[in-house]
Design a protein around this ligand. Structure first.
Ligand code: 16G
Ligand code: MG
Length: 566
């Protein structure tokens, strides 16, 4: 380690005194102007992680669905997964070291993790379309090079494309070519093969309106579109040519406000979808003949996918262990439908992709989705081999089903939830099953629900168990919630401290919207009273801005995962 050079370069990316940031659920995220030192240091850390794992590590510069002024960074582990939790701690430690302590912290981490500094390191870098992203990714590169790491800057990418590239690079090409071209070809080939088998080829099944949140999804979908155009025609909206990133559009906006994005004209029964700012989430929606808006969220996407996979397995005659992974936010109707109608086991994990992803790896086929639209399906290596064999050996209908499954496996991005890949999977399934968007929506009816947030002095006073469905502390809170829930039919409620915003989130569902709203309000009051609420007491009545989960203006100093030490 050339400590002299590190000190010299670090001074060019100096940390503002007293600024403290935390590697949260999805990396660091805050105002872009506070991130230069973090980027440089994440370049350094990626090199250490690469040396330790003897693998390529990814660094993605993005703040997903946050406003355009924000930015963020996350590291991608060798199999395209989120960074291991122990290294998240190192990331926080390194990002917060004052300038004079930086070298010591770096050495400390290498010693703790027994990093062989002589080992080669390789880092791949991607970035979204934010105005600040190019400069910030240059700071990552400075960090990588000063520690002697090699790198490849892929430039503009969606987050899941970078995850995919890391996975491909570390598996010697078995998962596909580690290029953007390789990604387009693999997915499009699988999609076109699948849709060729669809019997209904009416236009209504094959065209889709896509809201790209004025982000990277638009660029990448445009690049890719001609590869799959024989199977699907896409019409892009909010493609970044006019509007601001994530402003009044994108998957997070549509899901949390339960209304269509601006800038998209929707005729009744037209199938539409929205990506988020870095294209790792997708939600669908339509207007019915009466002009009512219907949202099809991650839960219903998981249901469509898992029922299709299950049908194919039955057709092939394979009894594989298939499981669906959700979080506490999954609508109760979806869980009931999966368990009782489809007879698929459902598991609940804590919020955050890494928790769902790891749980899904326990099954032969694990389908995971957050209600917000982030998800994918994972297939064990043994399953992939078995299906390949079946596609060669079986006959007639069974062979056809095995071939379909083989293509579906190729169409999923198994490294991370991916809006483009999920969109193609959904479109293929709808075409193959001849389902309209309304028929898909009619699988079950969502229970009315409400999400609120409550300001408290210190959200860490709330701790939870049972995949965030029960509060352990403060004393008395869970008992209060239990008593409130008993007052309503088909009801459920939970509270959890946000991992991305300085608030406590409240979720309630019940048999009517009015009951869900009342229950959520009463639970908010209980949180306010028992968990140290600050500011105005929660009021009944709901403004859209109060009701969002993961609202996008999350990260101002002192409000997000950023704190300025006085
Ligand atoms: C992050 C997570 C997302 C989760 C959300 C919860 C990743 C890549 N993203 O965006 O999965 O739903 O945080 O936010 O893990 P909250 O803790 O503020 O509710
Ligand atoms: Mg995202």
């Amino acid at each position: 380690m050339d400590l002299g050079a590190i000190t010299k370069y670090s001074a060019l990316h100096a940390k503002p005194n007293g600024l403290i940031l935390q590697y949260g659920t999805a990396g660091f995220r805050t105002k872009a102007e506070h991130l230069d030192h973090v980027m440089f240091r994440m370049g350094l850390l990626a090199v250490l992680r690469s040396k330790q794992t003897k693998s390529t590590i990814g660094v993605m510069v993005t703040a997903s669905h946050n406003p355009e002024e924000d930015n963020g960074v996350k590291l991608v582990d060798p199999l395209g997964e989120m960074l291991a939790p122990s290294w998240e701690e190192h990331a926080t430690y390194l990002a917060n070291a004052e300038e004079q302590d930086m070298q010591r912290v770096l050495i400390d981490i290498s010693e703790k993790e027994a990093v062989n500094l002589q080992q080669d390191a390789f880092v791949v870098i991607g970035r979204d379309t934010r105005p600040s992203s190019e400069k910030l990714s240059q700071s990552v590169i400075d960090g990588v090079t000063v520690l002697g790491g090699q790198f490849h800057d892929y430039g503009l990418l969606t987050t899941p494309q970078l995850h995919n590239i890391v996975y491909c690079r570390n598996t010697g090409g078995r998962y596909g070519k580690a290029t953007i071209e390789g990604y387009y070809q693999k997915l499009s080939k699988a999609f076109v093969e699948l849709t060729k088998q669809a019997s209904c080829s009416g236009d209504e099944y094959r065209s889709l309106k896509v809201d790209c949140a004025n982000g990277i999804g638009a660029l990448k979908l445009r690049e890719m579109e001609h590869y799959f155009s024989q199977g699907l025609s896409v019409q892009l909206f909010n493609d970044g040519s006019k509007g601001k990133l994530n402003h009044l559009c994108g998957a997070d906006f549509v899901k949390s406000h339960q209304k269509p994005p601006q800038g998209m004209e929707i005729k009744s029964n037209e199938r539409c979808c929205s990506f988020d700012g870095d294209a790792d989430r997708i939600v669908y929606y339509y207007h019915d003949a009466d002009g009512h808006f219907h949202l099809i969220d991650g839960d219903k996407i998981a249901t469509l996918i898992s029922s299709f996979l299950k049908e194919l397995l039955v057709e092939i005659g394979e009894s594989l262990n298939i499981g669906v992974v959700q979080t506490a936010y999954a609508n109760g109707s979806s869980t009931r439908y999966l368990e009782e109608v489809m007879k698929v086991p459902v598991y609940c994990t804590k919020t955050g992709v890494k928790h769902l992803h790891h749980k899904a790896q326990e099954f032969d086929i694990g389908v995971y989705f957050e209600a917000n639209g982030h998800g994918t399906a994972l297939f064990s290596t043994a399953v992939e081999m078995k299906i390949k064999q079946s596609a060669e050996q079986l006959e007639d209908k069974k062979r056809k089903a095995a071939k379909m499954l083989e293509n579906i496996i190729d169409l999923f991005n198994q490294a991370a939830g991916d809006a483009i890949s999920d969109m193609l999977v959904i479109e293929a399934i709808l075409a193959l099953k001849g389902l309209t968007v309304q028929q898909w929506d009619a699988l079950y009816t969502d229970l009315p629900n409400r999400q609120l947030k409550v300001q408290v002095a210190d959200r860490r006073v709330i701790s939870t168990t049972n995949a965030e469905r029960q509060a352990v502390t403060p004393p008395g809170l869970q008992e209060a919630i239990n008593d409130l829930v008993k007052k309503y039919k088909l009801s459920r409620a939970f509270v959890r401290p946000s991992g991305t915003e300085d608030v406590v989130r409240v979720y309630a569902e019940a048999d009517s919207q009015e009951s869900a709203d009342h229950l959520a309000h009463e639970v908010s009051l209980a949180v306010f009273q028992l968990a140290g609420g600050i500011g105005e007491r929660p009021q009944p009545g709901y403004k859209a801005a109060e009701t969002t989960h993961n609202i996008s203006n999350a990260f101002g100093p002192g409000t997000a995962n950023e704190h300025t030490v006085p």
